[in-house]
Design a protein around this ligand. Structure first.
Ligand SMILES: Nc1ncnc2c1ncn2[C@@H]1O[C@H](COP(=O)(O)OP(=O)(O)OP(=O)(O)O)[C@@H](O)[C@H]1O
Length: 213
């Protein structure tokens, strides 16, 4: 791979993707400006997670991806992933204690509180956490890194209505405050309309279509 060591950044350039081949063989292209949120919808197996993983440079793919003027193929993978944050559907935890997963507790605490988690949760054992607590902790861990491009794979799938609303509000505030670009996978059209400025639905056999938000 021909990676170069320099990275020219234009914050106004946003995200551009072309030539992403969906599982049905159709090609997907999209452009997202800074401060926008694109909801990705579509049936199970239509390629939503593959799309986010390609943008994050986690899987081999043939798409051309550009973020803030830098081409993914010309950017060392660790440097690319330091600017692009991916929230998988199942978050990963590898230490015994919650707080060991956070590099900056001071940055994490207001985010945890915004998601109705007490700061004391940083001393909890991972074994006692519920799936909904882990999901909210994963979101706080992600935002504490202050990412510029957020790739969210069903971030509220494990959450009740109240916590879902907290998460939607937190991402919305973060997006408008930092002019962050978000891609948000959801199966819920009502949620897509609440959080997104643009909605793309993957339609197996026909590629994709835009839905009015
Ligand atoms: N590493 C892989 N190698 C080969 N096929 C894969 C790989 N990962 C996913 N797939 C297949 O690609 C298709 C799209 O998978 P993807 O995970 O993107 O679906 P999805 O739209 O996110 O579905 P869901 O809503 O169920 O999460 C599926 O048929 C899946 O089995």
């Amino acid at each position: 791979m021909n990676h170069t060591q320099t990275l020219e950044i234009d914050p106004q350039a946003g995200l551009s993707l072309s030539g992403f081949i969906l599982p049905d063989g159709h090609a997907l292209a999209l452009r997202l400006a800074p401060g926008t949120c694109c909801a990705i919808m579509g049936p199970s197996g239509s390629g939503k997670s593959l799309l986010l993983r390609a943008i994050c440079d986690l899987d081999p793919h043939t798409a051309q991806v550009q973020w803030q003027g830098a081409w993914q193929q010309q950017t060392p993978a660790p440097q690319w992933r330091s600017r692009v944050a991916y929230l998988p559907a199942e978050s990963a935890w590898w230490h015994d204690r919650v707080g060991e997963h956070f590099t900056d507790s001071d940055a994490a605490i207001p985010l945890l509180q915004a998601l109705h988690l007490e700061p004391a949760c940083l001393s909890w054992s991972m074994h006692r956490t519920s799936s909904g607590e882990r999901q909210r902790m994963a979101i706080a861990r992600l935002l504490a890194r202050q990412p510029q491009l957020l790739l969210l794979d069903e971030p509220t799938a494990n959450l009740d209505a109240t916590r879902t609303q907290l998460v939607e509000q937190l991402f919305n505030r973060y997006r408008t405050h930092h002019q962050t670009t978000l891609l948000w996978i959801t199966h819920d059209l009502a949620q897509a309309k609440r959080v997104a400025t643009q909605i793309i639905e993957l339609t197996p056999g026909h590629g994709f279509r835009e839905v009015q938000p």
